[in-house]
Design a protein around this ligand. Structure first.
Ligand SMILES: Cc1cc2nc3c(=O)[nH]c(=O)nc-3n(C[C@H](O)[C@H](O)[C@H](O)COP(=O)(O)OP(=O)(O)OC[C@H]3O[C@@H](n4cnc5c(N)ncnc54)[C@H](O)[C@@H]3O)c2cc1C
Length: 294
């Protein structure tokens, strides 16, 4: 049996290729921009042309899919890759199973109702399509000796057009690589207070993330940094949730971190039932004190 892995980030490519090896005899990898070495039996690189959007890579990746004929497809759950996977699955007449956190006998454990529940789902078609949460295959070892080749870009008849772009917030670590992440929630009453979290993140060499309301409500942080069922799933060693209430839609994106540390002024906030360490206090007092103490 063959598995095809589609990933945007090299760390995810490595982990999914390692996991694919536990499910299939042969592993093919499609990566964007760069592919890690020695993780698959065949490796393909997709270069997104200037002005094009990665979501439009579906025909390019479909050409690899048709060549490799996989029985299972594992995809990194980024916005671009999810969009590609959905189209691949639709073209194959199948449905993608999303937010998978484990593979069990004959099925995949996946989140549903915005992360409120988990259930085992089985693929119904000949080919199984999954988006897989980071950390699912953390213990698997990759293997393979493929030399990556670049696939020719196939533009769809109706391509997406990039009409504008905005520079992402600078500074801080890459959230997928960071060993520590400081996440800000609606407990921050003003945008300027985010500097308190930035100072802590800088001190511990961590990344700065947030809950959804800080991106879609007030636009204080880039959309690419919100954590949760409809945002990022992160698995750093330490996740510091500051002024975040602990709604399930947020926590499913961080609850497989090594340790979750919560700071909230409400001792009854749900986050305290889901964290490893909790501190009841005002972020305006706690964050400067914590940063100074470290
Ligand atoms: C379909 C769906 C998908 C969603 N997807 C996501 C998702 O992917 N990610 C996500 O984050 N959300 C998501 N949400 C929204 C989610 O349900 C919550 O509304 C959101 O996570 C709450 O963000 P918050 O914890 O920052 O804010 P709140 O729930 O308002 O919590 C703010 C917390 O800050 C505390 N606080 C206030 N002031 C201070 C202070 N000075 N010091 C310390 N603590 C303080 C309060 O006690 C409170 O607990 C989704 C919702 C839906 C319906």
């Amino acid at each position: 049996m063959k598995a095809l892995v589609i990933a945007e980030h090299p760390e995810a490519a490595r982990e999914l290729a390692a996991g694919a090896r536990t499910l299939a005899d042969e592993v093919a990898l499609v990566a964007f921009g760069e592919a890690p070495e020695n993780v698959a039996d065949a490796a393909y690189i997709v270069e997104v042309p200037e002005g094009a959007v990665a979501d439009d890579a579906y025909l390019t990746i479909q050409s690899v899919y048709e060549k490799e004929q996989p029985a299972v497809v594992l995809a990194e759950p980024t916005r671009h890759v999810k969009s590609v996977l959905g189209r691949l699955a639709a073209a194959a007449g199948a449905a993608a199973i999303t937010d998978v956190t484990a593979f069990e006998d004959g099925g995949a454990l996946s989140l549903y109702f915005g992360g409120v529940g988990e259930r085992v789902r089985k693929a119904t078609g000949d080919v199984a399509f999954y988006t897989v949460a980071p950390g699912t295959f953390a213990d698997a070892e990759p293997a393979g000796s493929a030399v990556a080749e670049t696939v020719a870009w196939i533009a769809p008849a109706r391509s997406l057009r990039l009409v504008s772009s905005r520079e992402r917030e600078k500074g801080g670590a890459d959230l997928f690589k960071a060993e520590a992440v400081v996440a800000c929630g609606r407990g921050f009453a003003e945008e300027s207070e985010l500097d308190l979290a930035r100072a802590l993140a800088d001190k511990i060499d961590g990344g700065l993330a947030c809950s959804r309301p800080l991106t879609e409500g007030v636009d204080w942080m880039p959309q690419s940094t919100y954590v949760g069922v409809s945002g990022l799933t992160l698995t750093p060693k330490v996740y510091v949730a500051c002024g975040i209430s602990g709604q399930m839609q947020h926590m499913v994106g961080c609850n497989r971190s090594g340790a979750v540390f919560a700071i909230n002024k409400d001792k009854n906030a749900p986050v305290f039932k889901q964290c490893d360490y909790g501190l009841v206090g005002d972020i305006k007092d706690v964050l400067p004190a914590l940063t100074a103490a470290l």
